[in-house]
Design a protein around this ligand. Structure first.
Ligand SMILES: *Cc1c(COP(=O)(O)O)cnc(C)c1O
Length: 232
């Protein structure tokens, strides 16, 4: 199957999941997770109508940008970001989805102030409380949201989560539901500098469940591009 055929099929599956949940598919963004795919393949995905692209590594982002890989669509950063690489990302991407610790938030604020820009971000929540993953606890995310006025060059637009890898279908639904509750909770507080319109969750294997539970942005790699070859 070609990239464009895959994207068409995923769009149809998104629409079906939205309809089943009584939601409007137009309120759910389809982000291509483009890691390990070259600029030409990313361009193919953009031309086929994904809503945004998400990169995991600074090196890939800075290599593909000048090749026009994302031209016409927003580009997001979705991977683990080291504080010493913040300068390559702040003011370059439309959204940093993976702000997973306070140190990083402070570094993003500092760099955005220096460049005199406002950087949109999501807080990454370690919703499965996994040892191996970074991210805020739900209470940690609440606490940061409460304090967002301290970060005037950053706008908190919502939350992102990567729940545990599961073998049983549907096993992540409870984590998606917890994320949705957390986002609704924070939104209701109406904090300065905080809007909660983006709830980024759902990947190739579970985006339909994420949509059932209120996702407004899915991040899909494998189902678009095929399996990634880590030996290459
Ligand atoms: C790779 C990646 C995805 C997409 O995963 P697939 O299972 O290939 O769809 C989504 N989000 C993040 C943060 C990723 O790194």
């Amino acid at each position: 199957m070609s990239i464009s055929e895959n994207i068409r099929r995923i769009r149809a599956e998104m629409a079906a999941a939205a309809e089943k949940a009584g939601r409007d598919a137009a309120e759910i963004a389809f982000c291509a997770a483009t890691k390990m795919n070259d600029a030409d393949r990313v361009k193919e995905a953009v031309a086929a109508g994904v809503d945004c692209c998400g990169e995991n590594r600074v090196q890939e982002l800075t290599a593909k940008l000048p090749l026009g890989a994302y031209t016409g669509k927003p580009v997001h950063f979705i991977g683990h970001l080291q504080t010493n690489k913040v300068k390559f990302v702040v003011g370059t991407v439309d959204l940093i989805q993976s702000v997973d610790r306070e140190d990083l938030l402070i570094a993003v604020e500092k760099e955005a102030a220096k460049k005199d820009v406002t950087q949109d971000i999501l807080l990454e929540v370690n919703i499965g409380a996994e040892e191996s993953k970074s991210g805020f606890t739900p209470d940690g995310a609440r606490e940061i949201a409460l304090r967002m006025a301290e970060f005037p060059h950053v706008r908190l637009r919502g939350l992102m989560a990567i729940p545990p890898i599961q073998t049983k279908p549907g096993a992540n639904r409870r984590f998606f539901a917890e994320m949705h509750n957390l986002a609704v909770d924070i939104a209701a507080k109406k904090y300065d500098n905080v809007s909660m319109e983006i709830l980024s969750m759902g990947m190739s294997d579970d985006f339909a469940d994420a949509i059932s539970e209120g996702s407004t942005m899915i991040r899909v790699g494998t189902a678009i591009f095929g399996a990634r070859n880590y030996d290459k």
